[in-house]
Design a protein around this ligand. Structure first.
Ligand SMILES: [Fe+2]
Length: 263
C-alpha cells in the first residue's frame, strides 16, 4: 500500500517554491565563473573586478553597467559566454547538487538516481530587452516537438532577488494537466527560440507571478505554460534553469550531448 502511494504523480503537480534552499557558496561559485568568462572575453570592461567575487556583486552598479555594455559591444562574444557558462563545473555542480536533487526527489517521489539532467542554463535578461524574451511556452524535451515531456521537471534558481520589476516568472496554473499543442520556431543569430501556442486555452487557467528571493528554487512540470515578466528594472536578471527527466518514465528518449566549437 505504502509503495503505491509513492508512484509518480507529476501530472498532478503544480508550481512549488522551496524557500532559501541554495547555499550562498553555491551561488558565489557561479558568479566567480561568470567573472572569469567576462574578464576573458571583455577584459577592457571587467578589469576592475575584485579578486574575491561573491553573489553581492550583482548589486554593484558597475557590474550591471559592464554586463549591459558588453552585450551591446559584441552579441557574438556575449553568446560565447552564454554557451560556455552552461558547461562550467560550477553550473553543473549546482544542477546536480544534493539540495536540488533532494527537492526533485521529494517533488516527484522518484529516486534522484533515476534522473538525467540537461539544459543547464544561466539566463541573462537585460532591462527592456526584446531580442531574447520568450513568450508563453512550456519546456520541450531537447530539440524535439514530437516527444511529449509529460514526466519532465523544470527548476528555476534565483541567483539574486527576482521581484516583479526584474521580470519574475509567470505561470498558467494547472496548464500541465491539459494537452496543448505547441510549435517551436528556432531563431538564429543569438536570438532565443520562439513558440506558438494556441491562445484559446489561456483563459482557462489562472496566472500567477512568483516573486522569488535569492536561494529560492521553483520547481514545476515541464509542461506548465509559463513566461518571464518584463524586466523594467535597471539590473540584468540572472537566473539558473535546469531540467530533469526520469529514465524509467513515459516520454524519456535517449539523448546525447554534442559540442560544437564556436568560431
Ligand atoms: Fe521555459
Amino acid at each position: 500500500m505504502e509503495k503505491n502511494k509513492k508512484k509518480s504523480l507529476i501530472k498532478n503537480k503544480s508550481v512549488i517554491c522551496f524557500k532559501n534552499c541554495i547555499k550562498e557558496n553555491q551561488i558565489n561559485e557561479i558568479f566567480i565563473t561568470m567573472g572569469v568568462l567576462f574578464k576573458f572575453y571583455f577584459p577592457e570592461l571587467f578589469q576592475w573586478l575584485p579578486k574575491k567575487i561573491t553573489l553581492k556583486i550583482w548589486k554593484l552598479r558597475k557590474f550591471q553597467e559592464s554586463i549591459i555594455k558588453a552585450r551591446k559591444k559584441s552579441k557574438k562574444k556575449f553568446g560565447k559566454i552564454y554557451d560556455t557558462i552552461q558547461l562550467s563545473s560550477s553550473v553543473k555542480k549546482m544542477m546536480t547538487s544534493k539540495n536540488i536533487m533532494n527537492i526533485v526527489e521529494k517533488y516527484t517521489n522518484i529516486k534522484k538516481e533515476n534522473f538525467i539532467c540537461f539544459n543547464s542554463v544561466i539566463r541573462f535578461d537585460p532591462p527592456f530587452d526584446e531580442r531574447n524574451s520568450v513568450d508563453w511556452h512550456y519546456d520541450l524535451y531537447p530539440n524535439s516537438e514530437k516527444i511529449d515531456p509529460i514526466n519532465g521537471i523544470s527548476v528555476v534558481v534565483a541567483l539574486h532577488d527576482i521581484k516583479i520589476e526584474h521580470g519574475s516568472p509567470i505561470f498558467l496554473l494547472n496548464s500541465n494537466k491539459t494537452k496543448i499543442k505547441m510549435r517551436l520556431r528556432t531563431k538564429y543569430d543569438n536570438k532565443s527560440d520562439n513558440y506558438k501556442l494556441e491562445k484559446e486555452y489561456f483563459k482557462k487557467f489562472k496566472s500567477k507571478i512568483f516573486e522569488i528571493n535569492i536561494g529560492d528554487v521553483l520547481i514545476f512540470p515541464m509542461k506548465t505554460i509559463h513566461k518571464s515578466g518584463k524586466n523594467v528594472s535597471n539590473n540584468v536578471r540572472i537566473s539558473g534553469l535546469f531540467r530533469y527527466y526520469p529514465i524509467n518514465k513515459k516520454g524519456f528518449t535517449a539523448l546525447k550531448e554534442s559540442y560544437i566549437p564556436i568560431e
